[in-house]
Design a protein around this ligand. Sequence first.
Ligand code: G3H
Length: 517
Amino acid sequence: MLNIFPKLSEIPQELIVEKSIEQGSSLINGELVRLDTDSQDVCSPIAINHGGELKPVRLGSHPLMNHEIAGEILASSISAMRSEVWKSKSIDYRASCIEEFIHELAKYKDEIVRLLMWESCKPMAEAISEFDRTIEYIRLTIDAYREMYSGSETQYSNGFAGKIVNSPVGVVLAMGPSNYPLYETYSLALPALLTGNSVIMKVPRYGALLHSSIINLMQGAFPAGAINVIYGKNEETINPIMQTGNIDMLAYMGSNMFAEPIIQSHPRPYKLKKLLGLDAKNPAIVLHDADIEETAKELALGALAFNGQRCAAIKIIFAHSSIYNELMEVLRREIESEKIGMPWDSDVRITPIFDRNRILYLKTLMEDALSKGAINYTNGGGTVLHTIFIPSLLGNITPNMRIYSEEQFGPIVPVVKYEDLDETIEYVSNSDFGQQISIFGKDEKVIADLARAYYLQCGRVNINTKCQRGPDIFPFTGKKFSGAGELSVTSTLREFTLRGVIAGKDNSITNGVLGMI
Ligand code: G3H
């Protein structure tokens, strides 16, 4: 089975790693500063098969900054915020700097897609889509910004005249997750920059090397201090700068486990503005009249795309008892036919997992569930082959099993049999999470009634389709422990902006002043 891992001769020629990336510098106060701090070696989760023996592939290294360098970065960001270098520039100036940057970034598509495959093991089609989506997201954001913020009309009320004005929040710390190291990092950092904030961007733990060319581009694209880049461990870099109380906003996509200590490090956490995308345990509810074949296909895609390493993945399925057996049979077939392989193999969905600790956690969840009566429906499901976790369909799931309420973030598909829809409403109400839910069925009245009940608890209700963030014009939100604030090409801009007003009694001086604003 370890033959899943390729021989050198089986790797497409254009994807072979010929030269490692030794990222020894970072963008600090407008310069690419070489750092003599510790560094982190980066190896691919993909190993090469040398006559049956697996050999690691070293991809390169990046700096591990310490708190002193993080402190210099913070000082640079504060100084940029207090000066006129970025925030006071016109909307058009900032928009054209970012447009130019995006134009240059587009030239690095092949390199970044290749690194997404080697470092994150993202299937090629999804890596290409992540790159294209990032570029598109920023282009749409720039268009929306020009439309939304290019001057407001004077408003009159009760003898007053006033104009709404917008200002940046201040120093924004932007942190993307390891599963979307490009899209979710830059769909936070660039809108924050566009709206005039000083941005400190933290490179995610996995998927770090692809930022190497990007920060080189940033150095030429933005004035000193407008954006600085941190590499390293949160305890050494992020928590110390939070402790100063000088970070005004945290824009963060990832898990509660890491977000909480960051927020708690701030001396006045209530003062910190937050835009958060956090953990999720998105359920799919399969009604008695669902089209089983179509539903099973969508469930497998929703649960297993990119090994289920998506915050918006379907993480638990509730199947009505009348269709439970049939659904399990079709789902088993779907899951067992999932193609397992390397990111460049066509139609592959299951690839090596980038975080080794996740594999141990998945095994623990499996063992816990099986010891409490869960049934493993899939042949070989849960087997670990080096960094590959064979997808498992687990039936007979009950509330006392950890996988019932904990987010697996990996290729385990747990299914609960229900009799009454109230059981699903109760699950959603009692869950700590409230990102999304999917309903599969045909009866419009039943689906509408359920959607009304669920949307009070979740950020999005999906009808006969998997949970997902896109299209990016829709708000992506999470209730309860799944998030705070709202992401989309338009709403992210509002999150990074503070609204104010310039107003006076409705007379000629006030109107004269407002005419000049
Ligand atoms: O991990 C984050 C979300 O899953 C992003 O949404 O996978 O539907 O694009 P998506």
